[in-house]
Design a protein around this ligand. Structure first.
Ligand code: AHN
Ligand code: ZN
Length: 337
């Protein structure tokens, strides 16, 4: 943290009543008031612009579904590299192949941007950028790819806007920030398949990166994954894998969100553990990472929202308010490290 931003916890010793020796005539008991309040001063982060974040989501959707081994996927990858570079990050591309559940060899790329490379204190931010090749939860066209505005587009959109905001801001955060766009997250076996669910079918990019970091000995103090962070009225619950491996980071982020006015989004509700990119970063990569992911609190049958892995996952369900709540909260956390 830079000196001009250094924040010291202020100890406020309130009214120490010093009348305690005055116990002469009336014998009244002495009154001693000692209030100790520990209040942390807060650094104000720059404004996260939800219109710009929305544009970044829309731009991805406009490429078409970002399904591995398609031209749309490749072109989106090129745009992400260029855009991240344009916002001042040093970009590394990790190209690799991974075998999908059906035996297809997928050409995948993890896209990694480094901001403030010399800082030793670092926070890792991530989202997956690929979209699902199927709409296996839809009633129709199950074999056609989804648009993935929320599932794929939203996390990347928020992270691009965070990079843009930091580059434009006069005051930079005192830490280093790494942004990873993971590929191949959503290529898992369809729900309607006869085969049993295999968790390692999913999250191919984060599995690869967790075993093969972009920099040898890469370390971050902790990580935050964003997944489905753009739907209207989204609720984010304290997800089990995050709670198991990085509970204090969940606490930190939820406290930040609630403090700056987003208590409608960051709920103090516990949700079951899920396998998402953060699972591999925690268990294989050795970096504690939480997942900010929408939890459908009202529906017992499905963890995820009504649009999930359906053709309704379009720009129509994306809300600037939700993008703002998540983006501003993450920025607040970064600026207060
Ligand atoms: C699974 O449910 C396998 N992964 C985490 C949720 C998810 C699906 N995120 C995007 N698509
Ligand atoms: Zn998905």
């Amino acid at each position: 943290m830079k000196n001009n931003m250094k924040v010291l916890a202020m100890l406020l010793f309130g009214a120490m009543g010093l009348n305690s020796c005055d116990s002469s005539e009336n014998g009244s008991s002495s009154e001693r008031v000692a209030t100790t309040e520990v209040e942390e001063a807060v650094v104000q982060a720059p404004e996260f612009n939800p219109d710009s974040a929305y544009f970044f989501v829309d731009r991805q959707v406009a490429f078409g579904p970002r399904v591995p081994n398609t031209a749309e996927h490749y072109k989106t990858g090129e745009w992400l590299i260029e855009t991240l570079r344009g916002y001042g990050a040093e970009v590394q591309v990790q190209a690799f192949q991974a075998k999908a559940f059906d035996g297809t060899m997928l050409n995948l790329r993890n896209i990694i941007g480094t901001i403030n490379p010399n800082a030793t204190k670092r926070v890792l931010l991530a989202a997956h950028w690929d979209t699902r090749p199927f709409a296996d939860k839809d009633d129709k066209d199950q074999n056609k790819p989804i648009e993935g505005a929320n599932d794929g587009g939203s996390g990347v959109g928020v992270l691009l806007e965070i990079a843009r905001t930091i580059q434009a801001a006069e005051q930079k955060p005192g830490i280093g920030i790494d942004i990873i766009f993971f590929d191949g997250e959503d290529y898992g076996r369809p729900d309607n398949s006869d085969h049993p669910y295999m968790q390692d079918d999913w999250c191919l990019g984060s599995q690869y990166w967790s075993k093969n970091k972009h920099t040898p000995n890469y370390k971050a103090n902790y990580g935050i994954l964003l997944d489905m962070v753009g739907a209207e009225n989204a609720k984010f619950a304290r997800e089990g894998t995050s709670m198991q491996y990085a509970r204090n980071i969940v606490d930190k982020v939820w406290r930040a969100g609630n403090r700056i006015g987003y208590s409608d989004y960051f709920k103090y509700v516990n949700a079951p553990a899920i396998t998402d990119d953060h699972y591999y970063v925690n268990t294989v990569g050795g970096i504690r990472m939480i997942d900010i992911i929408e939890y459908n609190m009202a529906n017992q049958d499905d963890y995820f929202g009504h649009y999930h892995h359906r053709h309704t996952d379009t720009m129509d369900i994306i809300s600037k308010n939700t993008l703002k709540a998540v983006g501003q909260t993450v920025l607040h956390v970064l600026y207060n490290e």
